[in-house]
Each structure stands twice: as structure tokens, then as C-alpha cells.
Design a protein around this ligand. Sequence first.
Ligand code: MG
Length: 371
Amino acid sequence: MKITSVEPIHLRVPVVEAIPDGTLDVLIVKIHTDEGITGVGEVTSQSYVCKACFEAPRSAARRHGLTSILVGENPLDVEGLWEKMYYETNRYGRRGAAIHAISGADIALWDIKGQYEGKRVCDLLGDVHREDVRAYASVLFGDTPEDTAMLAREFVDLGLTAAKFGWGPFGQDPDVDVAHVTAARAVLGDDRDLMVDAGHAWKIDTAKERAKLLAPFNIGWLEEPLSQDDRKGYAELCVDSPVPIAAGEGDVTHWDFEDLIERGVNVVQPDVAFCGGLTVCRRVSDMCLKHDRRPVPHCFSTGINLAASLHWMASVPNGDLVEYCLRPSPLMRKLVSNLPPLVNGRVPVPTGAGLGIELDEDIIAEFRVNS
Ligand code: MG
């Protein structure tokens, strides 16, 4: 089998606000083959830039566009193609947009392999440990503690057993932080997990103080208390933090995650559609198993990312948690016509071969940029 063409397709809703919402502007990737099988993937990054990473022509050594690297290759050699894409872009790649774009190609290649072999992607990734995955939803803290309590109530009513609050008014004042976390915990009760995303709010000394302040609330993890690049800070914080520390949604390649694990981060959060794809995620969860860390995918874009994350988590022994995006964007709710639903706080792993999802071509036509 050979790859005949690669289609990077940019989808964007009419109004994209500058809020932390990855469901408004995405790049999806279709890889076509000479046997009539098409795989789909997604890139959650700067879509204009990542589309160019595919469409750029061949150049001097290791400066090629991804499409030119892939066309003519055997799509079943997924890991070999990951290495080839990584190496042949490494004068402009290695980190950043080129790796984000590789994620979309890698997800599509796993989809092709699964369809060709009549197996689900989770079966290709390893042993399957579960047929559904526990979900957590995440949301910005409300403007007031009362608003935060109302948001927590919505999660409880949806049947969720875990919820994450972050950003918004959080991080500026310890009393305000405690008031919001108190409000969320009161509604969630002691039986549901509560996680907190600090959104890079602090320097190391403040992060240490806040971790102690939040410990009595039994939070599942404290996410990104520091800048994503303050690696020394993470190492210092993780040594004696009374709460688990989570990070990694901005990291790429297994090398970044190896570094995070060495720094002591407890919960590592690759985004499948950003970190380099399922090939990278599998390497990360293998490292997590070895070092007793917990992998939990960051997943806040479309149903393609969700499906890929579910397959990954199904194949990971300590992987029973996935982020479930509840944003109303049609790119989240409608792009995948058989979007995995929330059922009693869990999400079923798609059952069809490959990723097991179907795209709604009308949605693609409606939101496509420069088709
Ligand atoms: Mg986050």
C-alpha cells in the first residue's frame, strides 16, 4: 500500500475569540492511499502555520514539507514514518509547529493501519485494559465562588465523577483561590475528584505556598502552577509538594516528557493532536509505567482528538481518565458524526476499525477555510 495524497484541511468557526478554547479553529488531516483507505488525524495548534508545514515543497536536506515526505511511502510503517517525518523536518522542526503537524499525520497513519488490519487503534497500541474510560470535564473558574459552585453543580448533574477548574480569577489572591476551591469541593462532595489548573500563574515560592494551602481540599492534582519552561521550578516544587503536580500539555516528543518525569512531575498530560501523535503518547505511557507516573491526555478540541485519546487510554494499564470537552462549538459537537458520548461519567472507546469515527462532510464544507 502507498500513500497517494495528504490533505490538510483547516476548519474555523466564523468568530474565534481569544479565549482558551481549542474547539474554534482546528486543522484536520486526511491521508489517502492507493487501496482506497483514508485515515484522519487532527492538529491542535496554529492551523495556518501547521497547514504550511504540510504544503511546503521539498527544500534542502531536512527542510521538507510533510506531504512531500509522506507521498509514496508505505502508511503501515507508522513508527518508521514518525522517525522519517521528525528527521526530515529537523532544521525547522524538532519542537513547535512541525511536531504539532506531525501529530495529525501520525494519528491518520494509525487510523489507516487499523482499518487495513481490521483492528481498533487501541488493539494496535497494546493490550486493551478497558472498553470505556472515566471522564473528567474542565472549565474556567466562575467569576465568583457562587458561579464556580453553579458550574460544579452542572458537572454533578451530567453524572461526572471528576472535574477540573482553572484559570479565570484563580491565582491572584490566596483567599480568593481558597473561596473558589471551597465552593467547588462543597458541591462535588468527597466522592468526586476535583483538580485545579493554575494556568502558569505563579513563580516557585508562591507555587509552594499555594500547594500547601490547597492540600486540605484533597485535590487530584495541581496543574501547571509554573511557566511551562520553568523546568528547574518543577523539579524544586515536586520534591515535597503535598499535592500531585501535573504538567505537559505544552510539551512535545518523548524527550520533553522524559525530562518532565525526571523533574518529578506526577501526572503527565500530552495532547495527542499536539505532542507528536499516538506514537509519542505510547512512548510516554511506557515511561510512566516504568516510573510510576500517571498519564492523562489533555484533550480540548474535536472528536478526532477525543477518539485518539480514548484508544490510547484503553491501551494503558493506569490510564483510566480522559478529558472530555463540553464546549458547544460544532467542531467539537458535530465534526465527528458518531462522537463518543458521555455515559454515566464514562466514555466508550469507539468499536470500529482504526479510530472508529466518521466525519460529517457537511460540517467540513461549512467551516472549511480556503478550500
Ligand atoms: Mg491546562
